[in-house]
Design a protein around this ligand. Structure first.
Ligand SMILES: Nc1ncnc2c1ncn2[C@@H]1O[C@H](COP(=O)(O)OP(=O)(O)OP(=O)(O)O)[C@@H](O)[C@H]1O
Ligand code: NI
Length: 314
């Protein structure tokens, strides 16, 4: 992209496809493709928000980058970190160290380890106890919390512990999968400020969220997911006015569905992985659709300072 020309992305995902092998009756095997030709990059110093409705493939992208997809997942495409291919050996090496995940579910906490100890395990340099206490203080987690087991935490406390684990790690790439639900306004603001600090220090942050308003507050670029792929990647400034700077009809529709823009709903539903339409996946819901849109799936292409997957975009 022209704004970042020359720089090496911290994370680059190219043409990622993820499918699951499923066994139906008896030994019959079928393949369900859930991520299709997905490409996205994160440069040092930026926050990229990944937005999209439930089931669009956001968490699977995070799990593919970390190498923690379930065993029946088949992955193709290229993922690189800091200019080098991110193969499974490197994923294991970097996971929780250079690359930290704030998982969507609090079930990722180790149920058998006191939370102070499990957070300290992620500290790579400096005084582990001091780092852990500093971050816990920021999140209003008192000393007594250090000794608790995950089942003794409230939902919001468990979330703050998960965020703390990533923040003490000193990771250069933080992938935050819906980090804020269940947090009160102060903790949300604290978390978003922390992401901004990390980016300002040269880290990269992928913020996965279905809350487009939070994304617009904090991110530099927005990647919009729909039915297992990216439909648009746009600088945050393009989300303004009537959405005239946006490229994809779905992104424009998301923008107009926000309360301040009149709550105009998008008719129809996102298709499930086994019922994807031929051609453009958005075509059945799109006002601009022509017969060409149902012929073949459009490629992602550069339009102005962003990327879009629509043959009509200008
Ligand atoms: N292990 C699996 N086997 C088969 N299908 C799966 C598996 N895991 C996820 N999927 C499917 O892949 C699609 C994408 O799932 P994913 O969890 O990435 O969605 P998401 O965008 O994170 O949604 P949410 O906002 O609800 O967290 C969904 O249709 C889901 O049903
Ligand atoms: Ni998810």
């Amino acid at each position: 992209m022209s704004t970042q020309s020359g720089a090496t992305p911290l994370l680059e995902v190219q043409d990622l496809c993820v499918s699951f092998v499923q066994y139906t009756s008896g030994l019959r095997q079928s393949t369900l493709q859930v991520i299709n030709n997905l490409s996205v990059a994160i440069y040092p110093g930026e926050i990229v928000a990944v937005v999209g409705s439930s089931g669009s493939g956001k968490s699977l992208l995070a799990h593919a980058v970390l190498g923690i997809l379930p065993g029946n997942a088949k992955v193709s495409g290229a993922i690189s970190y800091d200019g080098q291919p991110l193969n499974s050996r490197r994923q294991a090496e970097l996971r929780g160290k250079e690359i930290a995940l704030i998982p969507q579910s609090v079930n990722y906490l180790d149920p058998l380890m006191r939370v102070g100890k499990q957070v300290r395990k992620s500290v790579r340099s400096g005084d582990a106890i001091q780092r852990q206490r500093e971050v816990f203080e920021r999140y209003n987690l008192g000393r007594e919390v250090d000794q608790l087991y995950p089942f003794q935490l409230s939902g919001g406390m468990a979330r703050r512990v998960l965020v703390s684990t990533a923040l003490v790690s000193g990771a250069r790439l933080v992938i935050a999968d819906e980090p804020t639900p269940g947090l009160d306004a102060a903790a949300v603001a604290e978390t978003l400020d922390y992401f901004r600090d990390l980016a300002d220090q040269g880290c990269g942050v992928m913020l996965i969220t279905h809350d487009i308003e939070t994304a617009l507050e904090i991110a530099d670029r927005i990647a919009v997911f729909y039915a297992g792929s990216t439909v648009e990647i746009a600088p945050v400034q393009d989300f303004a006015g009537e959405g005239e700077a946006l490229r994809h009809p779905y992104t424009k529709a998301l923008w107009r569905a926000l309360p301040q823009n009149g709550f105009e709903p998008i008719p129809g539903f996102q298709p499930l992985p086994h019922e994807l339409p031929v051609g453009c996946v958005f075509q059945p819901r799109c006002k601009l659709a022509t017969s060409d849109c149902s012929m073949q799936k459009p490629d992602m292409r550069a339009v102005r300072e962003g990327m879009v997957r629509c043959i009509h975009a200008t």
